[in-house]
Design a protein around this ligand. Structure first.
Ligand code: FPP
Length: 222
């Protein structure tokens, strides 16, 4: 969900205002994804590197996240969305972690969109987390080093059990992956769009999906 800061700067507003609008866009786009039948959506809300921002900005993003969680707990009956979180939650406040557990528990039987919110997420940290889990299994004799497969890693990443993404969409005119879903994106199709996240509309998602539909996916074959 990139470009909140630039969107605010263009309007001579504080960066916080960009995140406020970005959070509204997030709500609209998740609802739209549910409506058009997308089964899995992962949004990158906060990376393991985003702690380097000024404390006031980090606090404002956490506040928006908390507001969204509180609202989703009272609103959850309206949407058929299953909410999950991916990332390392240890540095998050106990209050936010408690709300996250409640949101996961309340929505676990929803059958529509599965929404993953990546919070304190980093693709490299996710792979390191899987490596630690494998190392423990080896140390305790449950797994032999020679038998470690790609499947063993896939089963230990945060999105275990969910399909790899077909499409990864990055708005804001930047052309990089920024540590997002590194393991899962081996054969994902990328669409880069020159639009700042607060301006992103359902029609922009449609454009990206049309672009995706024109791609010829070969997964290394012919
Ligand atoms: C990236 O834009 C955006 C973020 C680091 C924060 C995204 C957070 C939200 C949209 C709101 C909170 C989340 C939820 C789930 C309610 P940027 O700040 O890097 O923009 P810039 O590159 O233009 O500076």
């Amino acid at each position: 969900m990139d470009g909140n800061g630039r969107w605010a700067r263009k309007r001579a507003l504080p960066r916080q205002a960009g995140h406020n609008y970005g959070a509204q866009t997030f709500r609209k786009i998740t609802k739209y994804c549910e409506k058009i039948g997308i089964k899995h959506l992962t949004v990158y809300a906060f990376s393991t590197e985003n702690w380097r921002r000024p404390k006031s900005e980090v606090d404002s993003i956490m506040k928006l996240f908390k507001e969204y969680l509180e609202e989703s707990l009272t609103d959850f009956t309206k949407e058929n969305i299953r909410t999950r979180f991916i990332g390392d939650f240890t540095p998050l406040s106990p209050e936010i972690r408690e709300l996250m557990s409640k949101a996961e528990e309340l929505t676990k039987n929803k059958t529509g969109l599965c929404l993953n919110i990546a919070i304190n997420y980093g693709g490299r940290e996710e792979i390191a987390h899987a490596a630690r889990s494998i190392a423990r299994d080896v140390a305790e004799g449950r797994l032999s080093p020679d038998d470690i497969t790609q499947q063993d890693i896939s089963e230990r990443i945060y999105t275990a059990g969910q399909p790899d993404p077909d499409l990864i969409l990055r708005p804001s005119g930047e052309y990089r992956t920024s540590n997002f879903l590194l393991w899962q994106s081996a054969y994902s199709e990328y669409v880069f769009m020159d639009i700042l996240w607060p301006d992103f509309k359902p029609a922009d998602l449609d454009r990206a999906l049309n672009e995706y539909a024109r791609r010829n996916r070969r997964f290394g074959g012919v």
